[in-house]
Design a protein around this ligand. Structure first.
Ligand code: NAP
Length: 326
């Protein structure tokens, strides 16, 4: 039996599974994240930690948790956890890949289509009673999606799922960047690996699917955005800090790119001042990439399965640092 701390609301099912596995669970059933000081107090005696992407698990937390054996993040991205510092302290870390891939790709494509066809603006237009006459060239003219070029920045699990939707569903030509060649997906979709400048130069829709790392932080600045076509759209369902939001606002205002769709923000839950008031060709969502009931339940189940395995001395299915620890 291990002491497990669950930082935020994850639903009763996951907590019950942990208890059935014999663990002594302290469940903070709240939807607000803790302050750093509260988290540091809460983890003092914990052996297992279940956390969300809004919990920053840094050295200040790890240093006051001498009994901690494992951290199970309920997310695929793990930029909220200092994994090297956890590894140094012999602490396993896991994430929840795969179960959210298709759901997040659906959302990326939903945002892409909503932006291209200006659905939120059209919805607001109708509700404001502004639809008075049919026009051949109405104020809300959109962009075609079919047959266009889709640039995937980060052809991993989600990037490939977005690419499949584009290539197979919308006849799009796919370009991508990644650290390594993605031969299988490239062959099946006819996708081509190119440099980032080349991808930006050619793409009509650019989908960001990289993890947040020191290399990808502010990968999109005014300089990057200027390399895109003035008719191009940027879709970010990865992590907010990959895009410098101030620069994106400038790019939208100055017509450097056509539009943007954002699921994630630099300083979530806040938006850069000015962005919230900017309505034209900007679609925003409150970090809903994986947010379907089914997928969120699977994410919790996956995190809990990982934690139970790790606390039992087994290698968790989605361990991020098992090799380094062994
Ligand atoms: P993944 O399979 O690890 O894919 C990430 C891809 O990015 C990999 O192909 C990697 O290349 C590539 N990459 C890494 N650094 C790069 C760089 N500097 N330049 C170009 N490519 C780079 O991860 P995933 O499961 O697809 O998830 C991707 C990210 O989406 C997560 O990290 C998370 O932050 C975000 N996400 C957001 C939501 C949401 O709710 N909005 C939901 C789920 C995930 P290699 O394979 O060659 O290393």
């Amino acid at each position: 039996m291990a002491k497990v701390f669950v930082t935020q609301h994850i639903g009763e099912a996951g907590v019950q599974t942990l208890r059935e596995a014999g663990h002594d669970v302290i469940y903070r059933n709240e939807t607000e994240p803790m302050t750093p000081a509260e988290l540091q107090t809460a983890v003092r005696s914990a052996e297992g930690l279940v956390c969300l992407l809004t919990d920053r698990v840094d050295t200040a937390v790890l240093d006051v948790a001498p009994n901690l054996k494992m951290i199970a993040n309920v997310a695929v991205g793990y930029d909220n956890i200092d994994v090297p510092a956890a590894t140094e302290r012999g602490i396993l870390v896991s994430n929840t890949p795969d179960v959210l891939t298709e759901t997040t790709a659906d959302h990326a494509f939903a945002l892409l289509l909503a932006l291209a066809r200006r659905i939120p603006e059209a919805d607001a237009f109708m509700r404001a009673g502004k639809y008075e006459k049919f026009e051949m060239f109405p104020p809300l003219l959109g962009l075609d999606v079919y047959g266009k070029t889709l640039g995937i920045v980060g052809m991993g699990r989600i990037g490939a799922a977005v690419a499949r939707r584009g290539a197979l569903g919308f006849g799009m030509k796919v370009l991508y960047t990644a650290n390594s060649e993605k031969t299988a997906v490239a062959q099946s979709l006819g996708a081509q690996k190119v440099s980032l400048p080349e991808l930006l130069r050619q793409s009509d829709f650019v989908s960001i699917n990289v993890p947040l790392t020191p290399e990808t932080r502010h990968l999109f600045t005014l300089d990057t955005l200027r390399q895109m076509k003035p008719t191009a759209c940027l879709i970010n369902t990865a992590r907010g800090p990959v895009v410098k939001e101030d620069d994106l606002l400038t790019a939208l205002r100055e017509g450097i790119i056509w539009g943007a769709a954002l699921d994630v923000f630099e300083a979530e839950p806040q938006m850069t001042p000015g962005l919230a008031d900017y309505h034209e060709r900007l679609v925003v969502a409150p970090h809903l990439g994986s947010a379907t009931g089914e997928t969120r339940e699977k994410m919790v189940e996956t995190a809990v399965t990982n934690l139970i395995a790790g606390l039992a001395g087994n290698t968790p299915p989605n361990a991020l640092n098992a090799e380094q620890l062994s």
